[in-house]
Every structure is written in C-alpha cells, then in structure tokens.
Design a protein around this ligand. Structure first.
Ligand SMILES: Nc1ncnc2c1ncn2[C@@H]1O[C@H](COP(=O)(O)OP(=O)(O)OP(=O)(O)O)[C@@H](O)[C@H]1O
Ligand SMILES: [Mg+2]
Length: 554
C-alpha cells in the first residue's frame, strides 16, 4: 500500500505468546518482529516501578520477581473477581493486557514506520460478551481504535483461505498456550462460513507444562531422597515451568531430554523421554479429541458429515503426539499451518478488508451523492463500483483482482454461546432459561419470543438475560447460566396475568447483543433496550423479589 494508507494491523493476543501482522505494500500478510527480533512475544508483563516490561525479558524475570510478574492474563479476561495489586493500586485484566498490546504496536510502528492506530484483535471463539468487551477495552486502553474483534479460528481460516481456490470444508484444530478451540469452517466461492465451534478455556500448552513440572518435582524427590517439595517454593516453581517448556520444545525435535532440577541446595538430573511425556499428557490430548468428536457431531446435525482438511494451528499443535493421534482417530493426515502466525495474519487480512470496504463505501458515496452510512454497495450499479475498485487498486498499489476478491469475500460467523431469558414455567412449576438464540446459530442472529406476565396487575416485568453453553431451547437453571444483563419493563396498570410480553434479541457479527421487550396488550408499546455490558449488574437481587416480578412461559 502506498505511504498515505496506514494498514489496519492484526493482533493475536495469546495466552502465552502474542503476535502482530499487517498486509504489506505487496499485498502479503506479514508478521512484524519485535524489538528483540522475535516473531512472537511472550504475553508476560513485569511491573517495575513506573515501567511495564513485556515479553521475553519479563518472562525470564518471572523467576526473580514472581510477585510482580503477570502471566496468562488472558485466562482472566472479563472476570470481575481478578485482583492484582501493585504498589497499592489495583489492575484489571484488560489494563494488564493493554501493556502487551502497546508493546506489540510500539515495536511494529518502529519497524514498519507506520503510525498505527487501527487494529483488529482476535479472541478464542467461545469468548462470551464480557470477555470480548474486555478484549476491545484492552486495545482502547492502549490508545488504539479497535475496528473489530474476530475469532482466532476464523482468522486462521482466513489466512488459509487466501491461498485456496477450491471449495472445501476445513476443521481447524487450534491448540495454543492456554486454550483449545475446534472449529468447522466452509470455504465456498471465496466465502468463509463457520459451521460450528467448541473448545476449552483451560486447555493449552501450559497444562502440558504443568504435568512435566509435577513429574520433575516427583523425580527430584525420588533421586535426592529429600522430603522437601520443590512445588512449595515459588522460585523453584517458576524455574521448573521454564525448564518444562524447554523440555517440551526439545521433545518436539528429539525423543529424549535431560532436565536439571535444583531445589533446597540439591540438584538432580532427570531424563524425560517422549514416550513418558506422551503417557503423562495422554488425558489432555484425549480431551481435545473428545471435544473434536463433539464438534463433529454438532456439524453432522447441521448437515456436514465430512471434512476435507484438518488444519493444525497454535504452537502446541507442533507436539508430535497431536498429528499422530489425530491421524489415527480421524483417518486424515493433518496439515500444520503456520501455527504461530496464521491467526495474526488472518486478522491483518480481515483488517485490510475492513479498510477496503470502507474506502469503497466512501468513494461510492462521493460518486453517487449518497451519505457514506447509507451506501449499499451491493445495490449500487456495478459500473460505479467497478470504477471505484479500479481507482482504489491504483491508489493502494493493489491488483484489481485482489481488491475485487476481498470486497466480495463474506465471512459468516456463528455464536459460540446461547442467549436466553429466565422465565417461570407454569408447566414445570420452576424457573427455566428459554434460549432465544442458540449456540452455533449463524451471525447476525435475530429471534423473537412471546412470554406472559405472571400475576394480575404486575407493575413491571423483570427481563434477566443470560448466556450459557446449552444447545437446547429451554432448560431449568441454574446450570452454568450466567446473568449478563437485566432490565425492567414497566407495565400499564391492571393487566391480567398472562398478558403478552414480546422479547427480541439481535446479536451482531461482533457477538454483541441488543435486546428489547414490548408489552402488547394495549397496542401501546413499552420498549426497553439493553446493550449488554461488562459487569452487567452487580447487586444480588433477592430471589423472592425476582419471582414476584417474573415472566412466565407456558
Ligand atoms: N515446538 C513446540 N513444541 C511444543 N510446544 C510448543 C512449541 N512451540 C510452541 N509451543 C507451545 O505452544 C504454546 C504457545 O502457542 P500459541 O502462541 O499458539 O498460544 P497462545 O496464542 O499464547 O495461546 P492461546 O491461543 O491459547 O491464547 C505454548 O504453550 C508453547 O509452549
Ligand atoms: Mg493463539
């Protein structure tokens, strides 16, 4: 791209490693190395006075300063309970994440010479609304304009899809440092559609490290005969984690490695074979297989019974045990696809698409005299659009073919969570969750459902919006249902019990939910709009009070 067009950068904000990329002037998705020359940066932050040290240096310092070094912060994203204090001040996960983002952006700005303002950040597919909002806020705190939050597996599929002409169904197996995602995606006519997605928030390379750490501690005790437990010492523990990860890397290349473990003045040399490592970690690998089978079953319900390609992304998918096991289980040779970089590159390609779409919109607006926000590019006469695309190709130094291709590519995502309301079931005589939008519904999703008031003369109806992972339309709470927003709908006086209340949910492509409720009896509409937000409602409203205002489903 020419100098005046600053690209939108793509950021893979990982649990253990992060990566930043952009589409360069030759239209190539390109990872930008950090100031140390590495293509990924450890997602570790060390607090040092007013300084925030991010990356390899912080990761190494974690040994000396375990109390002022923060790791794995992504696992806390969106959590209200997380507390980290430094010099008497409390830091939120998004604030800590913003330091990582800032470091990536600063280094990339330095390297490329661009003044970076706009970014696309990725997150695991099953992140709910609070986690997504927190991710976006992390970018904002870093002083950036977050243009979009997209799912990691979708980003990987975009990066893969740009090389692919053929229509195909792809299963993306993403085993990172902290999370596991399994996603089925269809690439058809250049469009990318997510069919379904599943995953585990707490399953990643770090868990493999943990089992090595435990093993090393046991072996140290056996060899030294000491009754001391190395795991009791924070310093030894940090050291063990670093050594465990190193051993894991070595076992990707070779079939055995020696690890030196020092604790309480005694040192032992412990041999770890790949066989032993695979045996120790077999339950973890099996869990990814079980989740993959679950996703395949869901895909089959949606009419997709086979897939053409099994893509491995995420650094942990490099472990030989992964390909071997998947090939045995699913009878297809998996393809390791740029495990550390695909996600950031896909985000960058998506960013470029946003930029081009916006450019097309603005220029079509100029050409047709319509306001940019009113422009409907699809409905605009094709000679106008083509002229605009050619102009953009020229200005941006791109080939017309690639501008057209990007403009035409559509990316359809699914929701990784179900969204519903809590209602009283007269049939079951119990509170139930009624899911209006269900997990794996394509986005944008919209749904309307009718409920009734519970009592005669009820003054208000309490609309409790929850998200959950259930795929059924109705079930009894509370299993794993989380209140994300609450609103009160005022009712006209004197309504009989069972007066209709209609609730509509609109979930956009970004996974943001918009809800409204109407009372229908008097033709008079009472409308409530809820934009779900992080932290939803804090106060615990007494259950009895809730019941008195509840809505019913019959
Ligand atoms: N050669 C290798 N062999 C084994 N494990 C590896 C190798 N390279 C990287 N890993 C592991 O991969 C993980 C990092 O992968 P990646 O950068 O994809 O994860 P992440 O983006 O930080 O995490 P997530 O996607 O879960 O948020 C770490 O646990 C790391 O130890
Ligand atoms: Mg990742």
């Amino acid at each position: 791209m020419s100098e005046k067009h600053t690209p939108i950068f793509g950021i893979d904000l990982g649990t253990t490693y992060s990566c930043i990329a952009y589409v360069d002037e030759y239209n190539r998705p390109t990872v930008v190395p950090n100031s140390a020359g590495d293509r990924t940066t450890p997602s570790v932050v060390q607090f040092d006075g007013d300084e925030r040290i991010v990356g390899k240096e912080a990761k190494n310092a974690s040994l000396l300063y375990p109390d002022t070094t923060v790791e794995l912060i992504k696992r806390e994203m969106g959590s209200k309970d997380y507390t980290f204090y430094y010099q008497g001040e409390k830091y939120t996960p998004e604030e800590i994440s913003s330091y990582i983002i800032r470091k990536l952006v600063q280094d990339a700005a330095q390297y490329t010479g661009y003044d970076i303002r706009d970014v696309v950040i990725t997150c695991p597919a099953y992140f709910g609304i609070p986690e997504r909002e927190a991710t976006a806020r992390a970018g904002q705190i870093a002083g950036l304009n977050v243009r979009s939050i997209i799912n990691e597996p979708t980003a990987a599929a975009i990066a893969y899809g740009v090389h692919e002409q053929a229509d195909q169904v792809v299963l993306v197996y993403d085993l990172g440092g902290g999370t596991f995602d399994i996603t089925m995606i269809e690439i058809k006519g250049g469009n990318i559609t997510v069919i379904c997605t599943d995953g585990d928030h707490f399953l990643g390379g770090r868990n493999w490290d943990e089992l090595i750490v435990t093993y090393l501690a046991e072996q140290w005790q056996r060899e030294t005969g000491s009754s001391e437990d190395p795991l009791d010492s924070p310093e030894t523990l940090q050291d063990l984690y670093l050594r465990a990860e190193q051993a894991k890397y070595t076992l990707t290349q070779r079939d055995r490695t020696d690890v030196s473990v020092a604790h309480a003045g005694q040192r032992a040399r412990i041999t770890l074979t790949r066989e032993k490592f695979d045996e120790l970690t077999e339950p973890l690998l099996s869990r990814t297989v079980a989740l993959t089978r679950q996703a395949l079953a869901e895909a089959a319900r949606r009419g997709y019974t086979t897939f053409d390609q099994l893509l491995l992304v995420g650094g942990s998918s490099r472990m030989p045990q992964v390909s071997r096991r998947l090939a045995a289980e699913f009878g297809i040779e998996p393809k390791l696809f740029e495990p550390d970089e695909a996600v950031a590159k896909g985000a960058a390609i998506f960013g470029q698409k946003l930029l081009l779409d916006q450019e097309i919109r603005i220029r079509v607006a100029e050409a047709t005299g319509v306001a940019p926000e009113e422009v409907d590019v699809q409905a605009t006469a094709s000679p106008v659009v083509e002229a605009v695309q050619e102009e953009i190709a020229r200005d941006y130094g791109l080939q017309i073919g690639s501008v057209k291709k990007q403009a035409e590519t559509q990316i359809v995502n699914v929701t990784s969570r179900s969204f519903g309301v809590v209602a009283w079931s007269t049939q079951l005589q119990a509170e139930v969750v009624s899911n209006l939008i269900r997990r794996n519904d394509p986005l944008p999703a919209s749904a309307t459902q009718r409920f009734g008031t519970r009592e005669l003369g009820q003054a208000t109806a309490l609309i409790q919006i929850v998200d959950n992972l259930s795929t059924s339309s109705q079930y009894e709470p509370p299993p794993a249902s989380r209140l994300i927003a609450e609103a009160e709908l005022r009712l006209p006086p004197g309504l009989p019990a069972g007066s209709p209340v209609e609730i509509t949910f609109d979930l956009n492509e970004q996974g943001r939910l918009h809800a409204h409720a109407r009372e229908l009896t008097h033709g008079q509409e009472v409308e409530v709009e809820i934009e779900t937000e992080l932290g939803a409602t804090e106060e615990e409203i007494a259950a009895a009070e809730r019941r008195a205002r509840s809505i019913v489903i019959s």
